[in-house]
Design a protein around this ligand. Structure first.
Ligand code: SF4
Length: 678
């Protein structure tokens, strides 16, 4: 193609929470090239997914027509027939078993407007709070851990500020693979002489440039934070003025960390005590210490405590509310932050307004013109068991693939076989195999709307490619179902949905499409005149006083025992996104990482008689998978890792029963397994 013959369309990458800006070149409704734009979070950079992984949009496997399952097979039907059938089923189940027999999974991949309308559909039109989405499985412990201690469950600072930090503490995040553009910033910061601390059970690429690398045992993060705090208090490195002015709970915290001597912490974490002392001194040496973390912190049965323990470190050293500091969760999928903000959570309306607060309930009843339920709904991890216990009869899924993403795939399969399942998606996948109705959706490059990236920045996505078959906007489909089940509503455009959402969402009230036309705005943005908020907690933590939580390290009740002696940790890799429904349909990406594998420590491999390239059987009490073994010295003995993207892989092994008591997140990072050569 010739450059001057193409149309340029600026949009936001849909592959991770960095929210890079892309300029698509479009010819006759087909995207022919992608170039990095100079967005606030990507500054002219793109990773391999942003640059190349748009080819799936024209893949021949795209879902193009609505389908209903008849005699075991999905058959093409008209939109009218499919929507009438879904509505009839919802009304029948609601009448027979009540609204709580219906549940919905919204999506961290679709636009904010889709998630807003989806939770309104479940709450106002169906009449239950059984709405959640896959943030339950990645960062629900961030929302719980940071909201409790700081007053906001979101990234405190900006992505690009990583270069303003003096010290960057990366824990539980393989940043160069999971948030590649941010990984490039860390490398740039290192070249500028900034200090890097890495704590991770896997020797990630950034460990190679780290000033201090702590190869901690999986699940020992609370102990590491407590050990660092012990040193900070012992050596008087805390920020006494900040603690006095802005925090509560200091005495209880001081007391509990007394027992976390460097020796004891070293024993729990499995690292040299001197490294813990050095890390504490370095982290506390400046007011520009930037913590970045991801699912290595959150995906544990004590994930909320892990998150709060990082908040303790930042509050005690006064590393909150200042440029280049803060506690910064890196959200995996493109719109995890937005889907949470929009209230696709069983306890929260948009902007984290609680469903059990009578004043909030009254506000939404007035806005939406219906009586609303004050009861907490089921989380994703509670919905599957509720189906198996006959409490939930119908599951409506928008843009999620629980057969691959949720823990214990066999248990998910039994639930999907039992319930009436409606799926809105762009490709047939492992979950549509169990769907009773399939409704085809537009892909991100075929639609308009907004995403909110991991730094709370609301940005536009714009239609670039022509629409395939009879695919519809997700918000349109939901609106049609709402009308058919007796909740009349009408929106002409996606912007109409956004503008309604603003009226009930204080942190988005001042954000308009016009305002974010050129560059995104970071919430909170309460009024039209407000410029947005790059850094949270500038005048002290949002909750008033930052809560220092006295946390004890609790060994995980993971299933490791003599029968399952290896700790398997599941990980994200650079070349795939979520459950591969998109990246698997992008030839260049697919061929780079076409199938699953497990990485094993050389000494474990020797003990088990396994060589690189051998096929092995990996088993947990939930099931077994067969994969290729790779031997890597990036691990410590007794620890292995496997990507989570592949069907019939890590989540066949993971555990759905032991959950974090607060956030209900499973322990994907500590799965007890045995490995045998096949
Ligand atoms: Fe897309 Fe994330 Fe890569 Fe940026 S870093 S191009 S948002 S996948």
């Amino acid at each position: 193609f010739r450059e001057w013959e193409t149309q340029k369309v600026r949009t936001t990458c849909a592959y991770c929470g960095v929210g890079c800006q892309i300029d698509f070149s479009v010819k006759d409704g087909v995207i022919v090239d992608a170039k990095p734009a100079n967005g606030p979070s990507n500054q002219g950079l793109l990773c391999v997914k942003g640059k190349f992984a748009y080819e799936f949009i024209n893949h021949e496997d795209r879902l193009k027509y609505p389908m209903i399952r008849r005699n075991g097979k999905l058959e093409r039907v008209s939109w009218e027939e499919a929507l009438d059938f879904v509505a009839e089923k919802i009304l029948k189940i609601k009448k027979e078993f009540g609204p709580d027999a219906i549940a919905g999974f919204s999506s961290a991949r679709t636009v904010n407007e889709d998630s807003y309308l989806f939770q309104k559909f479940i709450r106002a039109a169906v009449g239950t709070n059984n709405v959640d989405h896959c943030a339950r499985l990645c960062h629900s412990s961030t929302v719980a851990g940071l909201a409790a201690t700081l007053g906001s469950g979101a990234m405190t600072n900006c992505i690009a500020e990583i270069k303003d930090a003096d010290v960057i503490f990366i824990t539980g995040s393989n940043t160069t693979e999971t948030h590649p553009v941010m990984g490039m910033y860390v490398r740039q910061a290192h070249r500028m002489g900034k200090k890097i601390i890495v704590a991770d059970p896997v020797r990630i690429p950034l460990a190679e440039i780290a000033d201090i690398y702590l190869q901690i045992n999986p699940g020992s993060s609370v102990a590491l934070s407590n050990g660092m705090l012990h040193v900070i208090f012992e050596e008087g490195l805390e920020d006494k003025e900040y603690i006095e002015k802005y925090t509560e709970g200091i005495e209880e915290l001081r007391e509990i960390v007394k027992k976390y001597t460097p020796e004891k912490t070293a024993e729990i974490c499995g690292v040299d005590k001197d490294l813990i002392i050095q890390a504490a001194r370095l982290y506390a040496s400046t007011h520009k210490s930037y913590i970045a973390y991801a699912m290595g912190i959150t995906q544990h049965v004590n994930g909320t405590d892990n998150v709060s323990s990082l908040s303790n470190l930042a509050l005690v050293t006064g590393n909150i509310g200042k440029k280049g500091s803060g506690v910064n969760p890196l959200r995996g999928q493109n719109n995890v932050q937005g889907a949470c903000d929009m209230g696709a959570l069983p306890t929260d309306y948009p902007a984290y307004q609680k469903v059990f607060n009578p004043e909030v309930q009254e506000k939404f009843e007035k806005a939406w013109g219906v009586k609303l339920s004050p009861n907490k709904g089921y989380t994703v991890t509670e919905t599957i068991p509720a189906i198996l216990e006959d409490k939930v009869k119908l599951l409506y899924i928008m843009g999620e693939n629980p057969m691959v993403s949720d823990p214990d795939s066999n248990h998910v399969k039994h639930a999907l076989e039992k319930a009436f399942v409606v799926v809105q998606d762009i490709f047939p996948n492992e979950t549509t195999e169990y769907a009773d109705v399939v409704l085809p959706s537009k892909a991100f490059a075929e639609k308009d709307g907004t995403f909110t990236n991991t730094e709370r920045r609301v940005q536009r996505i714009r239609k670039a490619a022509s629409v395939k078959g009879e695919c519809k906007d997700d918000w349109w489909t939901i609106m049609e179902v709402m009308n058919r089940i007796g909740y009349p509503c009408h929106y002409d455009t996606v912007e109409d949905v956004f503008n309604e959402m603003r009226t009930v969402t204080p942190s988005y009230a001042g954000i308009t499409y016009e305002k974010i036309e050129k560059e995104g705005v970071q919430w909170p943005c309460p009024t039209l005149e407000h410029p947005g908020t790059p850094i949270l907690h500038v005048n002290g933590p949002g909750r008033g006083r930052g809560l220092l939580k006295a946390l004890d390290w609790i060994p995980s009740p993971d299933t490791c025992n003599p029968e399952y002696p290896i700790v398997l940790t599941s990980c994200r890799i650079l070349y795939h996104y979520h459950t591969r429904t998109q990246t698997d349909k992008t030839p260049g990406i697919h061929f780079t990482a076409p199938r699953n594998w497990i990485e094993i420590d050389p000494s474990d491999a020797k003990d088990l008689g396994i060589q690189g390239g051998d096929w092995v059987k990996v088993s947990s009490p939930r099931g077994s998978v067969y994969v290729e073994a790779r031997i890597a010295d990036t691990l410590r003995p007794g620890v292995a890792w496997m990507p989570f993207h592949y069907a019939g892989g890590a989540n066949v092994l993971s555990d759905s029963e032991h959950l974090d008591p607060v956030s209900k997140i499973p322990g994907f990072k500590q799965i007890g397994v045995k490995i045998e050569k096949v």
